[in-house]
Design a protein around this ligand. Structure first.
Ligand code: PGA
Length: 235
């Protein structure tokens, strides 16, 4: 017990997360550092494929990503929070006011797709394939932030995690489309390789993060409500 407490007074904690968790992981780390100020933390943000490679190489203490059962290696995973995937267009897009848009209609739109290795890319392609369709890819982009800019620049529509819109980014210039089969309900998990003993710090962080779930959920609910009524909409 004394040793445990000592272990939390100083030490290192390395967290690696998929791109969409960067919209919340810093908040969790911030609160954790306030409670345990002696701990040095680091945060790595990259796509799903790279995260799994890092886990195989034992580069970090803990990981946040989705679908841990399909990681390709045996892991222990703890549910953290929802991570819904939505379709986003510029607010003045004609589909922005349409209810129940079909996948066929979506397939005709110019689509901005994430890079190979991205979990979002895989989810999107899978959703199209379920309807026997493919996205009409206008361009590929390796960043959620660049995708938001590209949507606003009129380059097309895309799929984004609701988390990427939680800071009111785009203030009324982006709209969530009401597409059949969306949002895709996904989730984040706290993950580490099976059989690898977590450090005291990592265990403490895990418990701390799990307790933040209601905050994450509340933030998502606020963002969802705001996106349903885009600024400037009269209907
Ligand atoms: P990605 O993962 O960065 O690999 O697309 C993000 C997510 O699945 O939410």
């Amino acid at each position: 017990r004394l040793a445990d407490l000592k272990g939390l007074k100083s030490g290192r904690f390395r967290l690696a997360v998929i791109t969409t968790a960067k919209y919340f992981a810093p908040e969790i780390l911030g609160g954790f550092c306030e409670r345990y100020p002696g701990i040095d933390v680091s945060l790595k943000v990259t796509n799903r494929t790279r995260i799994i490679e890092r886990m195989e190489a034992n580069d970090d203490d803990l990981y946040i990503f989705g679908e841990p059962a399909n990681a390709g290696i045996e892991v222990e995973a703890t549910y953290l929070a929802p991570n819904p995937l939505i379709i986003v267009a510029r607010a003045d897009h004609p589909l922005a006011r349409k209810p129940r848009i079909s996948m066929e209609c979506l397939a005709r739109e110019r689509f901005i797709l994430r890079e190979p290795g991205s979990g979002i890319r895989d989810s999107v392609i899978h959703r199209f394939a379920e309807s026997g369709l493919q996205p009409n890819v206008r361009m590929e982009l390796g960043s959620n932030e660049a995708i938001k800019h590209a949507i606003i620049a009129g380059l097309g529509i895309s799929a984004l995690s609701l988390h990427s819109l939680t800071l009111d980014w785009g203030a009324g210039r982006l709209a969530m489309l009401d597409v059949e089969g969306f949002p895709i309900e996904r989730a984040w998990y706290l993950v580490h390789p099976k059989g690898r003993e977590l450090s005291t710090i990592a265990k403490t962080f895990l418990a701390y993060a799990v307790d933040r779930e209601p905050d994450i959920r509340a933030m998502l609910a606020r963002t969802f409500a705001a996106l349903r009524t885009p600024t400037g909409s009269t209907s």
